[in-house]
Every structure is written in structure tokens, then in C-alpha cells.
Design a protein around this ligand. Structure first.
Ligand SMILES: [Cu+2]
Length: 492
């Protein structure tokens, strides 16, 4: 595979010369950093084509804050009601500048929803934006009607009510818009929020669980600001994935997490349009992954680095009592600082549970040939799934509700080369059976709704939909999704 990759790199370089610079110059970006397109950068982005903005170190100038937890409008036994409004506003991201942003029930991002398994949930959705949107629940197992895909457009000024019952295990999910051709722009402006599912198992486990105290939501997003510190998507959009040079976490620019030397839990969401984060700590200390997209791993998995493609989540435990000095930083594979963590007082260590979940892979599935093949191909405007662009009138696959099928997801390398594509399926949490014929690595052994594949990788996954309806499957590089790297499956 290495040989193919190098060949693709050469092709990519030739293309780069031909297609020029699509990025408008951003205010704080120097010419030097803008034109850096080293091999290491190519590797990190997984893109061998258009240049991408290089991320700058997060110097930790602002204190990290956490999205508010939304209060229900009403609770009657297991029935809960919430209201969410998508709205436009401004946010002071930089002192003295009002940046135009989008948010839910506020001006930027959205509140964290905490739902419990077994709850009957009603959500009143309202669109106060100047454009149509949808409310998609990424990772939530709900009927196609409640899923909020491109068919569920809510026009400006309109309201809609959705209802569902929470029937899945504890997990860190999220919500964001999904209008066809317009998802990337709306997420970029700030539409995204976290959705936690809680259950009896999670409650019984010994884990840090005090929101914002030792259990921290970490929404990683990279942004490029243009004149007047504005987020002008049209000026920075890149068809192969829009990158920023500035780190925004939980809607705070260049934040520092201030905490103590204790055991903490980070619920990391890659909420970026396109950027991959291959994270590790600058002091090379190990951390423990406890959960994937859709729930806990069976056992905590000790590791030193972790790759999160766009849309993916991971929950990790970090023992900050082991930090020497006052600062440790979460960095990417180019050692760019993503999140500095300042630790002061030492708190007593906490023991964490070592048995977290009881996931069993049906051995028979490992021997089965796939019944569905998804071939992701291309770059720029040529991105396709099985050679086709999304067509809302075409049903690409059908599957029976409650039946497990083996899907093969193929991130193909073509004459153009290849790049990382994070593949996402709506309305289901799947299990990874193999990657290139091998047992998946520990970070892929929990429930997933998004799998990040390197060029040339093929994964087999076991997919079961618990509800009926029309669901999307697509690349979670939002510009690829908007460009039709998406299909739909009807579950009956
Ligand atoms: Cu893609």
C-alpha cells in the first residue's frame, strides 16, 4: 500500500500546481503557513490534493467553558419535553469583535442534552435562522422520521415536534444540521451540540461524572477567521474539506482547561468540518479510552495516541496526578497544541471501574460475506459512493428492521489518489468486524456510528437498524457530504 500512497502523493502534487489556491487569505494566516504543504501535512490531513490551512498552536489564552446542560420544559415520570431553537446571533470570540454565529438556544453551539435510557422524549424544534435547516441526532437510534436527515427540512420561522424513546446504552452523541448541500456552512457557523445518553450501567460504574468538574465535554473545531474576525464560510470553503488555522473548543478560541491533578474524563467530539485529530499528550503520557461513539468499551484500553475523524467521539480517562509541573497539552501528530491543561492542586486519586460493558461479537458474522458494499472514491467534486452522487429520489439500499447485515466499507484508491474518509451511518450503532481482514484495534472495539478509514482500507461492519425509515450513510467530511458523497437506505 505504501507504494500506491507515494504514487498518489506525486499525482496530488501535480494537481496542486494545476488547481491553485482556493482559500481566501485569512486574517491571521501568514503566507508561509498558508503555503506549507509538506508530506507530514499531507499525511495528517489524509488529503493529497488542495492545500489545507495549517493549524496554529493553541496558546491557552482563554479559560475553557462548557455548554450549559439544557433543562427540560417538563418531566412527567418517563416523559420529558425539551425545546430547541436554531438561531442566528453574534459572539464575542475575540475581545472587541462581534463574530456572526449560529447556535441552538443561544448564539453559538447548543446546550448539552442529557437523556436517560427508557425516557419518552418530545422535542419542540424551531428554526429562527434566515435559511432552512434540519435537526439531526448523530448516533441516536430513532425512526427515520425523527432522524433529521435532508428530507426533514424546517423552513425559516417553522416549528416541528419530534418524539422518540431512548432505547440505547449510555454514550456521548451529538446533534447538528443536515440540509442537503448546506450542512458544512451551517455547522461551520456554529450549529452543533452534545447529546449524552445515560443508563443504569453508567450510573453504577465508578467513573468521573461531574459535568464540567471532572467529566469534561471537549468539542474540537478548527476555524479560519477573515476580516473583522468573521466566520465567512464562502471565503474559506474548500471543496475537499474546509480547514481552519485556529482552535475553537466548546466555542472558545484558544482555550486552556483549568483543573487539578486528579483523574479526569474527557468526552472528545471531533466537530470539525474535515480535520482529523491524531491526539496524544506532549509529555507522551498514556491515557485510557473507555468509550467509542456509541458506548463503553468492554474494558478500559490504555493507549498513547488516538485518531478521531470528523464526527467521531471518544471518552478517555486521563490521570493528571501523574503530571509533573503545571501544564500538560493535548497535541496532534504534528505536535500542534490542541488543548493545554493547567493543573494546580493535587487531589486524591480515584479508582475507576475496569469492567465497563458486555459487547459480544457474533462469531458467525466474522465468516459471512458482506451483503452490502460501500465503495468511497474520489476527491474534490468527484467524490462518490459506489460511483454515484446522492439523489434524494433514489433508494440505494434496503434492509429489514432488526436484522444484522455485514457491510463492507471500502475507501478505494483511484488514479487520482485517495484520502481519509470518515464513514457515518444514521440511525444505528454498528460493530467493526475487521479492518483489512484483521481484528480491529482496541479503539474500534466498541459501538461506532462513524469509522475513519485510511486510503486503501476496507472494513467489515455488522449493521442493525432497530427502527424503520429512510436513513443516510455518507462521508462525514461535510464538504464531501454536501457534494453528494452520500446514499440512502430504506429500513422496513
Ligand atoms: Cu470524504
Amino acid at each position: 500500500m505504501k507504494k500506491t500512497l507515494i504514487a498518489s502523493l506525486l499525482v496530488g502534487t501535480a494537481l496542486l500546481a494545476a488547481c491553485g489556491n482556493e482559500n481566501a487569505s485569512t486574517e491571521d494566516t501568514t503566507e508561509a503557513s498558508k503555503h506549507q504543504h509538506s508530506m507530514a501535512n499531507t499525511h495528517q490531513n489524509g488529503s493529497m490534493d488542495h492545500e489545507q490551512l495549517v493549524l496554529k498552536d493553541n496558546k491557552g489564552t482563554n479559560t475553557l467553558t462548557f455548554p450549559a446542560v439544557i433543562k427540560p420544559d417538563s418531566v412527567k415520570g418517563k416523559k420529558v419535553e425539551y425545546s430547541l431553537t436554531a438561531q442566528a446571533g453574534t459572539t464575542e470570540l475575540f475581545n472587541g469583535y462581534e463574530t456572526k454565529t449560529y447556535g441552538y438556544n443561544g448564539n453559538l453551539l447548543g446546550p448539552t442534552l442529557r437523556l436517560k435510557e427508557g425516557q419518552h422524549v418530545t422535542i419542540h424544534l424551531k428554526n429562527d435562522l434566515p435559511e432552512a435547516t434540519t435537526f439531526h441526532w448523530h448516533g441516536l437510534e430513532v425512526s427515520g422520521k425523527a432522524d433529521g436527515g435532508p428530507h426533514a427540512l424546517i423552513e425559516p420561522g417553522e416549528e416541528k415536534i419530534i418524539q422518540f424513546t431512548v432505547t440505547q446504552q449510555a454514550a456521548t452523541l451529538w446533534y447538528h444540521p443536515h440540509p442537503m448541500g448546506n450542512t458544512a456552512q451551517q455547522v461551520y457557523k456554529g450549529l452543533a451540540g452534545l447529546l449524552y445518553i445515560e443508563d443504569a450501567n453508567a450510573e453504577a460504574l465508578d467513573l468521573p461524572e461531574d459535568y464540567g468538574e471532572n467529566d469534561f465535554p471537549i468539542i474540537l473545531q478548527d476555524r479560519a477567521f477573515v476580516k473583522g474576525k468573521q466566520l465567512d464560510y464562502s471565503k474559506v470553503a474548500n471543496i475537499d474539506g474546509t480547514y481552519g488555522d485556529t482552535m475553537m473548543i466548546n466555542g472558545v478560541i484558544n482555550p486552556v482547561l483549568k483543573t487539578e491533578k486528579k483523574l479526569v474524563r474527557l468526552r472528545v467530539l471531533n466537530g470539525s468540518n474535515a480535520r482529523n485529530y491524531n491526539v496524544h499528550f506532549d509529555n507522551d503520557m498514556a491515557f485510557t479510552q473507555i468509550a467509542t461513539d456509541g458506548g463503553f468499551l468492554n474494558k478500559p484500553q490504555k493507549m498513547k495516541e488516538l485518531l478521531l475523524g470528523a464526527g467521531e467521539r471518544a471518552e478517555i480517562l486521563v490521570d493528571l496526578s501523574k503530571v509533573k509541573g503545571k501544564r500538560v497539552s493535548l497535541v496532534n501528530d504534528q505536535n500542534v497544541v490542541l488543548l493545554p491543561i493547567d493543573v494546580n492542586d493535587t487531589k486524591s486519586a480515584v479508582n475507576a471501574s475496569t469492567k465497563l460493558n458486555t459487547i459480544k461479537v457474533d462469531k458467525a458474522l466474522l465468516e459471512q460475506q458482506p451483503t452490502k458494499v460501500v465503495k468511497m472514491e474520489g476527491m474534490r467534486e468527484n467524490v462518490t459512493i459506489n460511483g454515484k452522487k446522492f439523489d434524494e429520489k433514489r433508494v440505494d439500499f434496503t434492509q429489514k428492521k432488526g436484522e444484522t447485515e455485514v457491510w463492507e466499507i471500502d475507501n478505494a484508491i483511484t488514479d487520482e489518489g485517495g484520502m481519509i474518509h470518515p464513514f457515518h451511518i444514521h440511525g444505528t450503532q454498528f460493530l467493526v468486524l475487521s479492518v483489512n481482514g484483521e481484528k480491529p484495534e482496541p479503539s474500534l472495539q466498541g459501538y461506532k456510528d462513524t469509522i475513519t478509514l485510511q486510503p486503501g482500507q476496507k472494513a467489515r461492519i455488522a449493521v442493525k437498524f432497530p427502527y424503520e425509515g429512510m436513513y443516510m450513510f455518507h462521508c462525514h467530511i461535510l464538504e464531501h457530504e454536501d457534494n453528494g458523497m452520500m446514499g440512502q437506505i430504506e429500513v422496513k
